[in-house]
Design a protein around this ligand. Structure first.
Ligand code: DC
Length: 219
């Protein structure tokens, strides 16, 4: 079974996707980490993430792998474990920019399908229900008030030791969302058959409970 979860930044996707996957004993596929891995390599190679030709040129020499150790994803670029370097504001912004490049999306497509078809999976991203797993049995699209999303992301960054003003975080995520929603290829849009959930006033546990009810009805 494939459960697809899409939505903008800071909406709580990762938190609920992880919880749902562990309750269901499904694999958790965080596709944002794959775009972040490409962005990390682009920054490391001192390439402008908006330079589609230069970004495309490094793809043939790049190997991105995601393995699972005790339920946590380990992301490797050319065999180097970079899992702990993917959540910085710089990588977030660059990931959104490189994800608009059609060659990057095409390059990551088979990798996502391959991981997703290893067994039952909860797959999280922007285009799970529309492009990567259009056949998913259950699709969710999460939304939340922009201020709530900024506040959640701000708390995560502070907890991870980043000092950033909440206003800056609000601006970062609105820029990123605008880009993710408006790009030409696989933009962030709900699938026609997605269940919409507004998480603004819900706890992660409440969202998961709601999702569990929808998923178990299909099992
Ligand atoms: O989910 P995330 O914040 O880790 O994703 C980082 C960026 O990657 C996001 O701004 C857009 C891009 N992305 C995408 O285009 N498609 C996906 N399926 C997942 C992420």
């Amino acid at each position: 079974m494939i459960v697809a979860i899409d939505g903008p930044a800071g909406v709580g996707k990762s938190t609920v996707a992880k919880l749902l996957a562990s309750k269901l004993r499904f694999l958790y596929l965080d596709t944002g980490s794959l775009y972040r891995a490409v962005a990390w390599a682009v920054i490391r190679n001192r390439i402008d993430p908006a330079d589609a030709d230069a970004v495309s040129a490094i793809l043939p020499g790049l190997s991105v792998q995601m393995r699972f150790e005790n339920g946590t994803a380990v992301v490797e670029v050319n065999r180097q474990d970079i899992s702990n370097e993917l959540r910085t504001p710089e990588v977030s912004a660059a990931a959104s920019v490189v994800s608009a490049i059609p060659a990057v999306r095409a390059w990551l497509f088979p990798l996502q399908r391959e991981i997703g078809l290893q067994g039952s999976v909860v797959a999280e991203g922007r285009d799970m229900g529309t492009h990567i797993f259009p056949e998913a049995e259950v699709k969710f699209f999460l939304e939340a008030d922009p201020m709530v999303r900024a506040d959640r992301r701000h708390r995560e960054l502070v907890a991870a030791g980043h000092s950033r003003q909440i206003e800056q975080t609000a601006l970062d995520i609105s820029t990123r969302d605008g880009r993710d929603r408006s790009r030409a290829v696989a933009p962030l849009v709900p699938a026609d058959d997605a269940h919409h959930i507004d998480t603004s006033a819900m706890s992660a546990a409440e969202v998961v409970e709601h999702m569990m009810a929808v998923v178990t009805a299909k099992l």
